[in-house]
Design a protein around this ligand. Structure first.
Ligand code: NZQ
Ligand code: ZN
Length: 386
């Protein structure tokens, strides 16, 4: 196991009715910037629960944060927050609203002489960020209790991330009941995203991190069991609750602590979203099976462990490893999340070449554990996902 420091300061309130806890988290009299997306929180009752909990605060609303949140939109929220002199940001939504709100919380507190775009890519040090609270409505990204955010600049086709301890949410409310209103497509996306967060930190090389391995295997098995259950039986509260907790734990920090991590599937996936607008999780399903096949020799040992422990496969290491990749792809397809570019009517050679250019432009030149995956390799991975 590698050396590591584990610190996650986000307080989690899990379970039905927990939105009311916000009143104990944000002091009465605060000026709160309430951020949200395209309106789902109005349709499913989340908005009213939040307003009730914030009855003793002044609330300034900023809606319209889009999926894959855009810099220009977030900048308007920063301007509003500065003008209104807010002292808290409360994000209500999925990964896009939460990520966007991390940028907003940092942007409002940034020296006005500094270009906020420099926050993205960690190109300016942050001295401070406004305290951030989260009401999660879509189990997927784990953004509700981590320090990462991804921001898009559509005009230049840049989808880039930043990480900073200052943007860890102070608290996150995870009420599985509010995910009942999600369309099936978003539930399926969330299952795949959480699955791939786990594999990115687990399917690398043997590392004698026994707890982290078992945790990863537990999350994967829970997603395989509870993902389809949630899709087929939306009223099943236990399946839904376990899905929310799986997605949270996948990127809470423990799975990857002391592990050798990969993250190449995400790096390639971000370029696919920037170029073609494909949903984040859907890009991961396109990349992961093909990437694992491309790197089978490097990853045989962990793939075989995964195949035996998660899919109960038997046979030689290599045979189990290959079957485990096929089982993963079949699982995604079963969720109706395609693993082939043809499902999007995209020409694989063209996609491969465009992504290769983007990776070079974004200096994503040595990806994967060990840094051995080049833009040329990534192009081959995409060609093979035709
Ligand atoms: O905008 P609203 O109206 O809220 O609708 C959203 C949106 O259309 C809808 N939705 C959310 N909760 C709902 C609901 N609809 C009905 N009922 C509910 N309860 O779902 C749609 C998708 O939402 P979005 O937030 O875009 O999805 P997701 O949570 O998958 O977030 C994706 C973003 O997170 C980033 C991705 O790159 C992408 O930009 N990620 C962030 C990470 C992090 N911070 O750690 C890690 C991830 O790997 C990922 O990169
Ligand atoms: Zn992801």
């Amino acid at each position: 196991m590698q050396a590591f420091t584990f610190h996650n300061p986000t307080r989690i309130h899990f379970g039905e009715g927990q939105i009311a806890r916000i009143s104990g988290e944000i002091p009465a009299g605060s000026r709160v910037l309430l951020t949200f997306g395209g309106g789902s929180i109005h349709a499913n009752g989340v908005y009213q629960q939040i307003r009730d909990a914030l009855a003793d605060c002044t609330v300034i609303e900023f809606g319209g944060i889009e999926s894959n949140p855009e810099f220009e939109t977030l900048l308007r929220a920063v301007e509003l927050g500065r003008a209104e002199q807010v002292d808290w940001v409360l994000a209500a939504g999925g990964g896009s609203v939460i990520d966007g709100s991390k940028f907003i919380a940092a942007g409002i507190a940034l020296d006005p002489a500094i270009d906020p775009w420099l926050i993205v890519g960690n190109r300016t040090p942050l001295q401070r960020a406004l305290p951030l609270g989260v009401v999660l409505t879509l189990p997927a990204t784990g953004s509700e209790s981590n320090n990462a955010a991804v921001v898009t600049r559509r005009a230049t086709q840049d989808k880039l991330s930043f990480k900073n301890a200052l943007v860890f949410p102070c608290f996150a409310v995870l009420d599985p009941a509010v995910t009942r209103s999600l369309p099936k497509r978003q539930v399926a996306n969330g299952i795949v995203d959480a699955f791939v967060h786990t594999t990115e930190q687990y399917l690398t090389v043997p590392n004698a991190a026994a707890i982290q391995d078992r945790l990863a295997e537990g999350i994967l098995a829970t997603l395989i069991e509870n993902g389809p259950k949630t899709l087929n039986d939306p009223a099943n509260p236990d399946a839904r609750a376990n899905l929310v907790w799986s997605a949270n734990q996948a990127l809470f920090g423990l799975v990857g602590a002391g592990q050798v991590t990969d993250w190449a599937t995400h790096a390639i996936g971000h370029e696919l979203t920037a170029l073609y607008g494909i949903d984040h999780a859907r890009t991961l399903a396109l990349v992961l099976p093909s990437l694992l096949r491309h790197r089978l020799d490097d990853k045989t040992a962990k793939l075989a462990q995964y195949g035996r422990r998660v899919w109960s496969l038997t046979g030689s290491d290599r045979a189990v490893a290959m079957s485990a990749i096929n089982a993963t792809a079949a699982f995604f397809e079963h969720l109706e999340v395609p693993t082939r570019l043809s499902a999007y009517k995209l020409d694989a050679d063209e996609v491969a070449s465009a992504v290769r250019e983007q990776l070079i432009r974004h200096q994503r030149l040595q990806l994967g554990e060990g840094g051995t995956l080049t833009p040329d390799d990534c192009a081959r991975i995409l060609t093979a996902a035709a």
